[in-house]
Design a protein around this ligand. Structure first.
Ligand code: ATP
Ligand code: MG
Length: 413
């Protein structure tokens, strides 16, 4: 993409009403636009990152056997009354609305009720199980505080996966596989090392649920890490779990962290309330055993920015970067540089290499500062000087290393 055609512009100053580093950098670099507190639009660069994150998630969840669906944001009050969660006292993040005839509806903050009711139409016998269904869908939550940028917004994308199993044993096998998929997702997204499988409160069906917590000073949670096992305990259950759940090490390290994902055994809570049952091999009626598995792609994006940026701007891991290469031309008077850079840009595009081409008529210093702010992994500069040498200047955004390379070396990057 030609940067001269990108309608977003970078900004030097941080937005005054924004305290979170992720929102500040993402707004300055032109990834997101703030509509109001806790509500953000994704711009061309930002949407590319979100789509990359979504692709990583889809690959892993599809490999787990997940089938992608898309459910509605409008939700039926009757279902939520059956599980006792319609009340604002029980679920304090509700956005509710009304039809013209005064019938109340909810704007979905999660989808356990809907998907349990949906599955009643398709699950009858043991032969229909297990089933794994997921979506990437917009959730609405009336969050009390919205000071963490896209890490806690009031309208956000969630990947929510739900599992439907015949019994606890079948559920557990899938639950353990889901843990591995989640690890893979956070590894691929570049925050694996600082993301910990964290033991948290479990509800009525298991002792624990599991969160995936990424260590960052911007986190709202506190966790206690066992460095040996690379697992942690959430502060909320610290009283009942004072040691590492794996090796009983008592020397746990306290850190601030953000929950980027979680997995939860729902047991038969929803299937009993909404009558999702099947007939087993012996002809007996059994309630389906459920699990839910969430990840917020926006929160993940914000967490990557919080964790990996430096004083100059964002540093994207290649896997989620909006483009792989930021090609920058420093035009000369005769137009030789622009001519060559245009050709190089076209070759990269033809080879299917994702490139943002800074073809703007702007000072070199401004182009470099913008490039650091935007954070694309490889910066390639074409100037009078590089052309005289017959080479390209390649800078690695993460390490800052600069080297001179031949054009063909770039294609192997
Ligand atoms: P938190 O305790 O941080 O509010 P939660 O327990 O409410 O999180 P879930 O309901 O389990 O979160 O949602 C699943 C995932 O969706 C979370 O792990 C997180 O990645 C993401 N998520 C939750 N709330 C938000 C939000 N307000 N903005 C962006 N992402 C969110
Ligand atoms: Mg919440």
């Amino acid at each position: 993409m030609r940067q001269s055609q990108l309608f977003t512009k970078t900004r030097k100053d941080a937005p005054k009403d924004e305290v979170a580093k992720n929102a500040e950098l993402l707004i300055r670099a032109g990834y997101i636009h703030k509509e109001m507190a806790g509500v953000y639009s994704y711009l061309p660069l930002g949407l590319r990152v979100m789509n990359k994150i979504a692709t990583i998630i889809r690959q892993e969840i599809n490999a787990l056997g997940g089938q992608e669906i898309l459910m509605t944001a409008l939700q039926d009050k009757n279902l939520w009354e059956k599980t006792g969660r319609w009340s604002d006292k029980v679920l304090d993040v509700w956005f509710k609305t009304k039809l013209k005839n005064d019938t109340e509806l909810g704007l979905g903050s999660t989808h356990e009720e809907e998907i349990t009711a949906l599955m009643r139409d398709y699950v009858r016998s043991f032969r229909d199980l297990p089933v794994y269904a997921y979506q990437l869908q917009t959730k609405f939550r009336n969050e009390a505080r919205a000071k963490s940028g896209i890490m806690r917004s009031r309208e956000f994308l969630m990947k929510d996966l739900y599992s439907f199993s015949k019994d606890d044993a079948e559920h557990s096998v899938f639950y353990e596989k889901a843990k591995i998929s989640y690890k893979n997702i956070f590894n691929k997204a570049g925050i694996g090392e600082r993301t910990y499988l964290t033991y948290a409160a479990g509800g009525s069906f298991s002792k624990y649920s599991h969160e995936f917590q990424t260590v960052t000073p911007a986190g709202e949670d506190t966790i206690y890490i066992c460095e040996k096992c690379h697992v942690a305990v959430n502060e909320e259950i610290r009283d009942e779990q004072k040691t590492c759940p794996h090796c009983e090490n008592a020397d746990l390290k306290k850190e601030k962290a953000v929950e980027v994902g979680n997995i939860f055994n729902l047991g038969t809570k929803f299937s009993e309330a909404l009558d999702l049952a099947y007939v087993d091999e012996k002809g007996e009626k059994k309630f389906v055993v459920m699990g839910c598995y969430g990840i917020g792609p926006g929160r993940l994006m914000g967490t990557i920015v919080e964790s990996l940026s430096d004083e100059k701007g964002i540093v994207w891991p290649e896997s989620v970067a909006p483009f792989k290469i930021h090609l920058i031309s420093i035009p000369d008077k005769e137009g030789k540089v622009a001519h060559y850079a245009d050709k190089l840009y076209q070759t990269l595009v033809d080879k299917g290499i994702e490139v943002l081409y800074d073809d703007r008529d702007t000072r070199a210093g401004e182009k470099f500062a913008d490039s650091d702010l935007i954070g694309i992994p490889y910066r390639v500069v074409v100037s009078d000087k590089t052309m005289a040498e017959g080479k390209l200047e390649l800078k690695d955004r993460k390490s800052g290393t600069v080297e001179k390379i031949e054009e063909k070396e770039l294609y192997g990057k």
